[in-house]
Design a protein around this ligand. Sequence first.
Ligand code: FAD
Length: 391
Amino acid sequence: MGEDVVIIGAGQAAAQVAASLRQGGLHGSILMIGDEPHLPYQRPPLSKKFLIEGGAPESLALRAQSFWRDQDVRLVLGTSVGSVDVRQRRVLLHDGREICCGTLVFATGTRARALPVPGVDLPGVFSLRRIDDVRRLRPALDSARRVAIVGGGYIGLEVAAAMRSEGREVTVIETEARVMKRVTGADMSAFFEAKHRVRGVDIRLGARLTAIEERSGTLVVHASTGEPHAVDVVLVATGARANDELAAAAGLACEDGILVDEFARASAPLVYAIGDCARFPSRRYGRRLRLECVQHAIDQAKAAAAAILGAGEPYDPVPWFWSDQYDLKLQIAGIMDDHDSAEVNGDPATAAFSVEYRRAGRLIAVDAVNNARAYMLGRRRIAEETGDGAR
Ligand code: FAD
């Protein structure tokens, strides 16, 4: 047999499962295979500090090269896995190498959702998911006066805030009737929309991108409502989709994400999936969830490592997440999307307040702006109130 554990992907979840396996006493070999050329790194700064201040890719590394060497975790970087035989637990790399393993972990993350719209492949149109995206985007932004951001989710709005802080004109084009609809409730959306508008962001809600065209060095953005709009750079930030094709082609059960159980086990023996690419059952929320946030990547990786080592506990977190926009820190605990009541605590005018979301009287989520205490207490109460399932 080749390796004891092979991890496909070298991002946040991959780094954590490898580190936790060693910490938990695994003596066998661990091999991590990542298609990006960088050491495992943190992505949140890509739309925040790293976008504004730049820096070397190593500044984002989760661990130094020496850590992986000391932990005897081997990294194959800049090479993708092209196919997998889950029954034989054999992976075939695009460079032709074939590797067998005892345990296989998918930690393949997500990628920027592609928009089927004419012009999205023009020079000057970007997406933002990787260090190398920032390396292409940043020089274009440096010479841009006008930036259009397609998508008013948290990544789009973080970039809008960064661009306004640099004095660039920013237009946000959002299909939905409110910003950040996927992650937060109506009151919080209205608060953030107002904050962006006050700072000069032109937010166009209910507008769907229909085409981008190039006219004498300028990009013209067409949307379903409003006039065509001339800009220098377009960022498409319309969400992510799970990298589950490799797993699906290998015969693993997938449904917008690799289906796993509460121990991160996929539908074949000794195969696991963790992080953004995995869809897991949550008793707490009464359905399967696929989460895209750092804490989930870390915690599910720890749960998978424990399961691989034979000491697993069922994984059923209160998810949490943050976003930084201007001087506003939004912290989100839980999942609000099927709430039946929302209560605002504090005065949004002070820019330090929170919103509590309930379903059938139980607290299922809390959003807090510049209010770490409300967020911390909320998280604890959600854990208590949803501990035996939210439904
Ligand atoms: P990833 O970190 O995406 O790693 C997966 C890796 O696997 C990638 O390198 C991918 O290229 C690689 N891969 C895929 N297929 C293959 C293959 N076939 N062979 C080899 N390698 C492969 N979360 C927060 O909680 N707070 C934030 O503020 C926040 N901000 C964010 C800002 C941006 C711009 C982005 C993009 C994400 C942000 N996130 C944030 C989300 C967070 O970064 C992700 O949830 C986290 O990185 C998920 O970790 P992961 O290991 O599952 O996936």
